[in-house]
Design a protein around this ligand. Structure first.
Ligand SMILES: C[S@@+](CC[C@H](N)C(=O)[O-])C[C@H]1O[C@@H](n2cnc3c(N)ncnc32)[C@H](O)[C@@H]1O
Ligand code: SF4
Length: 386
């Protein structure tokens, strides 16, 4: 079996510190205790990349980065100088494509006008801002360090900094949230004219403060009304939904996330970061980095790596692809998994019969019905059923 074409290549960079830990968050982030070892961490990130590039050289050679995502945690705790050192150091090791998208996640509680301009000077093209809500009462319930006015000021900084795009992260289904409150958050976000809006439903994750002391959340009927009416509001305002929680104006989809969902490749550096790389010999490797800053700062970067077995590839491909609303090119299934279409013929025929999918000669398209029965659709591709 051979992979015909290597998919586009991205890079994820994880910054694991925050001012304080939010009670709903299960991301790999730690409340900062004293000064963050910022310069030291940047040097470790660059050494981590160097080790990846030599370990993965058969996959990486001749490839350019098409996007970088600096996520966290709270990357906006880092100075513009550190981000410039980081991006220069990355570019000296691996070339950037001409239109590279470079996103940095920012928390409005740590936003400064000059710092945002410095990020742009360093090469950042897009800022993703963790707004969550415009209600001070909800922000307090979420344990956020910013208030509504600070959120709006931070968006103005983003707008004035020369970025190509910016995203606002909002959550809905918040503690005691009414339909009117959820729609009001969306209206205030839309008024700020972000080219991209991520609209997540709050989930209670194990091992978070909210899991130990669950707040009262809207029930399923209320959540459905919030989703339906919110979706309509966003659509009327010119935002197209392209993934479960992602909305964008035309041509402003997040290229980095699209690459994940299209089963592209991504290098990963920083605490707990996950990578996926395809090799011309047909191997697909997944790997992750040491989660805790202590070990990582000792230079222990690689935590584990594992090849994706042939039998798991169809499931992994469709699990990612069917998050997107766009049609799936059949050719990319063959190119990116190394499997022939005949490997999934029975499952696809069944999915067509069930109206989970429609197809043309070149594409598969998930239907509205398929979206509602996504788990059943994906189960068809699990290893046991092949
Ligand atoms: C990795 S976080 C980083 C953003 C940044 N640290 C911040 O919070 O401002 C990315 C986004 O995921 C969303 N998120 C985090 N935890 C969530 C949860 N339990 N349920 C739904 N969305 C969540 C939030 O909207 C958050 O902005
Ligand atoms: S600021 Fe963001 S990453 Fe940090 S704890 Fe809160 S939600 Fe998690």
């Amino acid at each position: 079996m051979a992979i015909l074409t290597l998919p586009p290549l991205s890079l994820y960079v994880h910054i694991p510190w925050c001012v304080q830990k939010c009670p709903y968050c299960d991301f790999n982030s730690h409340a900062q205790k004293g000064a963050i070892p910022e310069a030291e961490y940047v040097q470790h990130l660059l050494q981590d990349l160097q080790q990846d590039l030599s370990r993965l050289k058969d996959s990486v050679s001749e490839r350019k980065l098409h996007s970088i995502f600096i996520g966290g945690g709270t990357p906006s705790l880092f100075s513009a100088e550190s981000i410039a050192t980081l991006l220069n150091g990355i570019q000296s090791q691996i070339p950037f494509s001409e239109n590279i998208e470079i996103t940095l996640e920012a928390n409005p509680g740590t936003a400064e006008a000059e710092r945002f301009k410095g990020y742009v000077k360093a090469g950042v093209t897009r800022i993703s801002m963790g707004i969550q809500s415009f209600s001070d009462e909800k922000l307090h319930a979420l344990g956020r360090i910013h208030n509504s006015d600070e959120a709006k000021t931070a968006v103005q900084f983003a707008k004035n900094s020369g970025l190509k795009s910016f995203n606002l992260d909002l959550m809905h289904g918040l503690p005691n949230q009414t339909l009117a409150q959820a729609l009001d958050d969306l209206r205030q976000a839309i008024a700020l004219e972000p080219p991209h809006l991520s609209w997540y439903q709050l989930t209670i994750e194990p091992n978070t403060m909210f899991a130990y002391r669950p707040p009262r959340l809207p029930d399923d009927d209320e959540l459905w009304d919030i989703f339906e009416q919110g979706h309509q509001l966003l659509t009327e305002a010119g935002y197209q939904q392209y993934e479960t929680s992602a909305y964008a104006k035309t041509d402003f989809q997040c290229q980095h996330n699209l690459n994940y969902w299209r089963f592209g490749d991504y290098l990963a550096i920083g605490c707990g970061a996950h990578g996926k790389m395809t090799f011309a010999n047909g191997d697909i490797l997944r790997y992750s980095k040491t989660k805790h800053p202590k070990g990582y700062l000792r230079g222990e970067y690689l935590y584990e790596q594992k090849n994706v077995a042939e039998i798991d590839r169809a499931f992994e491909f469709f699990m990612n692809r069917f998050r997107l609303l766009e049609a799936v090119p059949k050719l990319e299934f063959e190119q990116f998994t190394g499997l022939p279409q005949s490997a999934v013929k029975n499952q696809i025929d069944f999915a067509l019969q069930q109206n989970y999918l429609t197809e043309t000669a070149t594409h598969w398209q998930i239907t509205q019905h398929g979206k509602l029965f996504l788990n059943e659709l994906l189960e068809l591709f699990l290893a046991e059923s092949e």
